[in-house]
Design a binder for this molecule. Sequence first.
Ligand SMILES: CC(C)(COP(=O)(O)OP(=O)(O)OC[C@H]1O[C@@H](n2cnc3c(N)ncnc32)[C@H](O)[C@@H]1OP(=O)(O)O)[C@@H](O)C(=O)NCCC(=O)NCCS
Length: 179
Amino acid sequence: MTLRIEDIETERLLLTALSYDHSEAMFRLWSHPDVCRYSGTVTDYDRNEIPMPAASREDSDKIIDFWQRATADGWGFRWAILECSTAQMLGHIGFNSLGPTSELAYHLHPDHWGKGIMSEAAAAAIGWALTTKPGTKLEAFIEPANTGSVRLAQRLHFSPTGHFSDGAERYERAPSIPI
Ligand SMILES: CC(C)(COP(=O)(O)OP(=O)(O)OC[C@H]1O[C@@H](n2cnc3c(N)ncnc32)[C@H](O)[C@@H]1OP(=O)(O)O)[C@@H](O)C(=O)NCCC(=O)NCCS
């Protein structure tokens, strides 16, 4: 069952379904070592590993293909995060799973770190999940050394659970906490 991904506008950003329109910016994002450092293994839809940082647009396009197929299969998706003032894609955010538990994941180009961009995008994404999937428990998996992501998750009211998977700690956000 194909997911319908609505656009969301925030103060500075437009979240819109990730597509091949974003191919060039996807390569800028995924060819940057600081984006890949704590992002685990990246695979195409057939579970073949894509070596990271991406060496070519062909490789980063496989990530777009992955999320388009996940959207068509109904289990996860990505919004491209566009800056309204420039229409530039800064990163992406979305869900690795959707259901009783939904896993939030986010990636931003380092040129834009530390300006509250992901706090703004994540608040919108969480708001969407709380409205569209009432009662869903939000989770995120974060390596302890990824201090930026740990701070972001805590600011968004995710709490560490002490459970680890592939070196990443599971964080969880109670559905009862409003955004
Ligand atoms: C993690 C990430 C999304 C943060 O995005 P961001 O837009 O810079 O975050 P914000 O500006 O909204 O900041 C949120 C909080 O994190 C802090 N922060 C952001 N980057 C940080 C860094 N590199 N080191 C320490 N703290 C950082 C901010 O100061 C802020 O803290 P505060 O609430 O105490 O003020 C971004 O660094 C990123 O994309 N990293 C690479 C991909 C990645 O690791 N994704 C997560 C995988 S789990």
